[in-house]
Structures are given as C-alpha cells and as structure tokens.
Unconditional design. Structure first.
Length: 61
C-alpha cells in the first residue's frame, strides 16, 4: 500500500482551530516533525485542508 510522508513546515499557531485539530489528528506537533500515513482519501483530504502548513511526499517503504 502506498504511503504519504507528511512534514510540518510552519507553526500551527495563528491559524484556525480547525487547522490545528487537523494537525493533531495527523499526529503533527512540532515544526520539522514527520509522520508516515496510509494514502487514503481521508488522509488526502486532511492534507489538502492544511497544505499551506505541510510538505507531502509519496513514500513506498
């Protein structure tokens, strides 16, 4: 199964509470932190919502 490597690039402060909750749902807390999640439509939607805060790479591992 394909995976997404998601890295937090900008601070979560100063954004809407919905964006902060989305980051929390993905497990991102600190700038520079990286998580690997399954490539599902739900995760893609979450990433799209906070695309201005994160960097995403496709990951096969």
């Amino acid at each position: 199964m394909r995976k997404l490597k998601i890295t937090l690039k900008r601070s979560r402060y100063g954004w809407k509470p919905e964006h902060r909750e989305t980051l929390k749902g993905l497990g991102l807390k600190k700038i520079g932190q990286t998580v690997v999640r399954d490539d599902t439509p739900e995760i893609r939607g979450m990433v799209r919502k906070i695309s201005h805060l994160v960097e995403v790479e496709e990951y096969e591992g």
